[in-house]
Ligand binder design. Structure first.
Ligand code: PRT
Ligand code: MG
Length: 214
């Protein structure tokens, strides 16, 4: 049996066509089913439905043989024990620094001001501002980072942006790009050795599907 860890929502939705091109279909829809383990049309492959930020944990401990996780999640959680053979180019977005539209970020950085940064991505933010030599107070949040500058919790946020609609709707702007983000295939290193004959064809099928999409 091969176990693939996926999160509901955009990763699941964008993984479906990749599975489809490998001839695999889930037997249930996790958006409507309450089941956490879902079989597929391939008898030896099952899906486990996890929270996006938990995917590397399930794979690292071998509870799932492989999984699909955003680069943001991998950077935050670390990638020890994980083999990352493929950028699947799905769930694409950008990790950015954003502020209220009237905040002078460049000026604050130039003055050497200490900045309060609200984010779910504390590691990524620490590394980014550390490399720039900007002094920051990091404020950990678990969601809706966009609210923080509006109510004076922080001057800037580090968050993901895709359409930019959330920033626009809240009178915020991107002040710095940190890096592009997409989702990666991750594989438990021991499983890759022990189940090589089952896993490698799946990796090859994903690879072919990604190349086909261009
Ligand atoms: O939602 P939940 O709290 O359960 O967990 P999650 O947010 O980690 O999971 P999910 O399923 O929302 O995201 C899974 C992965 O999708 C993330 O780890 C990213 O790699 C990727 N991804 C791609 C995104 C976005 N695009 C994205 N736009 N993840 C989150 N967002 C959020 C962003 O944080 C912001 O609040 O969407 C909002 C901005 O969207 P726009 O379109 O208004 O710019
Ligand atoms: Mg989300």
């Amino acid at each position: 049996m091969i176990t693939l860890a996926l999160s509901k929502g955009r990763i699941f939705d964008e993984t479906l066509p990749l599975l489809e091109s490998a001839g695999i279909r889930p037997l249930e829809n996790p958006e409507t089913s309450r089941k956490l383990i879902i079989g597929t049309t391939r008898a030896d492959l099952r899906l486990v439905i996890v929270r996006a930020s938990d995917t590397p944990t399930y794979v690292r401990y071998g509870a799932a043989d492989l999984g699909i996780a955003g680069k943001d999640v991998l950077l935050e959680s670390g990638s020890e024990g994980l083999y990352q053979p493929l950028d699947l180019n799905i769930a694409a977005c950008r990790m950015v620094v954003a502020s209220k539209s009237d905040f002078d970020y460049a000026g604050a950085v130039q003055r050497g001001a200490r900045l309060r940064v609200a984010t779910k991505y504390v590691q990524i933010a620490r590394e980014h501002f550390g490399a720039k030599g900007v002094h920051v107070d990091l404020i950990k949040l678990y969601g809706s980072m966009e609210l923080a500058p509006l109510v004076g919790l922080a001057e800037v946020i580090v968050d993901l942006v895709s359409s930019g609609n959330t920033l626009r709707a809240n009178d915020l702007k991107v002040v710095e790009e940190i890096q592009p983000v997409s989702s990666r295939l991750i594989i438990n290193q021991a499983a890759l050795k022990l189940k090589h004959e089952q896993l490698q064809p799946l990796v090859n099928a994903f690879d072919a599907a990604v190349k086909l999409r261009g």
